[in-house]
Design a protein around this ligand. Structure first.
Ligand code: SF4
Length: 355
């Protein structure tokens, strides 16, 4: 199958033209200053689901705080989450820290350079593994994500659904064949750059493309129709009433989320799992669930937050409590000043303007 696809494909010419372009045009990114595997690792984890421009300041901040695996391994998890605050998908940060602890404990602080050990670390999937092995250790390993699949779907005019796991496997097999064995590090980064700057999802800049001569989709004028990606299921909508509860001292009630699942271990303002339920019901529910008595005040606003599979529809209310302490183990009362020491998900950070 792969042999058939690559029949008549000039891999050497493709590598040559791609690398030639990359050496001249590569993006100046902070994790490219050297081939430090830890930095490559952090950057690749941050770049999952997040754009380069957003990642850059976070990357600097994270590396200032945790410059090597040793500082990250011994850091307090809340501090790691705080540094990650705003990037979303917080399990990435938690998994990264667990994996880094293993690197320190089992591999004397050296990020493994073989696929088995590296791939067994928490949060290191096939893409991250390939990126570290190729970019940092210069091994001819594929690092296939959505961008890379888009580029190869077009170049080889592959019409398989890229949402399917078997298509990713096929793409990995293709990259293994066509990757430069002399400079696999640059090859994979060049494909990433091509996907980010030229072969973009909409309106690819084919006229500027260094590998246009090799591109079958361009030859047939079907580049805009590729890659094929079947629609994922619609997100499930969940409605909540969010409570900004203040006591007489001016302290706010906040709640730690469970230690697994969505936004694990982050902090939030208490969320009543339904909206438009009426004052008495919110007050009763909070008393029953958290042992906290409160009085609902005015509505402050609405907010929608979309995750990959879930959509939150939030109604935000001000409330007052006479409690000086929160008795429930999940809740705590903190001053407005102290709020900034706790990691909050983006949706709840946005509500701070109502305090
Ligand atoms: Fe992408 Fe166009 Fe280049 Fe083909 S020619 S790889 S579609 S930018």
């Amino acid at each position: 199958m792969i042999t058939q696809l690559l029949k008549n494909f000039n891999s050497y010419g493709f590598q040559y033209d791609l690398l030639d372009w990359y050496y001249e045009n590569k993006r100046d990114l902070p994790w490219r200053e050297n081939q430090d595997p830890y930095k490559v690792w952090v950057s690749e984890i941050m770049l999952q689901q997040t754009k380069v421009d957003t990642v850059i300041p976070y990357f600097h901040r994270f590396l200032d705080k945790f410059p090597t695996v040793y500082e990250l391994a011994k850091a307090d998890e809340q501090e790691v989450l705080k540094t990650w605050e705003g990037l979303g998908y917080y399990s990435r940060a938690k998994n990264l820290q667990s994996a880094v602890k293993e690197v320190v404990e089992t591999y004397e602080g050296k990020v493994p350079d073989n696929p088995e050990e590296l791939g067994a670390l928490k949060g290191v999937g096939p893409y991250t593994k390939g990126a570290i092995l190729s970019i940092a250790y210069n091994q001819p390993e594929p690092a296939v994500d959505g961008n890379v699949m888009r580029v190869f779907s077009r170049i080889l005019k592959i019409e398989d659904d890229i949402a399917q796991a078997k298509t990713r496997k096929k793409m990995e097999a293709i990259v293994r064949e066509v990757i430069s064995k002399d400079d696999p590090s640059s090859f994979n980064q060049a494909i990433m750059d091509l996907g980010a700057t030229i072969c973009t999802p909409k309106s690819p800049a084919c006229l500027l493309c260094p590998v246009q001569d090799y591109c079958r989709a361009f030859e047939e004028g079907v580049q805009e129709e590729l890659p094929v990606k079947k629609k994922a299921k619609k997100q499930k909508t969940m409605a909540y009433t969010v409570l900004l509860i203040k006591n007489q001292k001016g302290d706010y009630v906040i709640e730690k989320r469970p230690d697994s699942g969505l936004l694990a271990n982050l902090w939030q303002f208490p969320m009543v799992p339904f909206s438009e339920i009426g004052e008495e019901n919110v007050e009763k529910w909070m008393r029953q669930e958290y042992g906290l008595s409160l009085e609902l005040k005015e509505k402050k606003g609405d907010l929608t937050h979309v995750f990959s599979h879930i959509k939150w529809e939030l109604e935000i209310f001000e409330a007052e409590t006479t409690e000086e302490k929160a008795d429930d183990g999940r809740l705590t009362l903190v001053s407005q000043e102290e709020l900034k020491d706790y990691p909050f998900p983006v949706s709840h950070q946005k509500m701070m303007k109502y305090l």
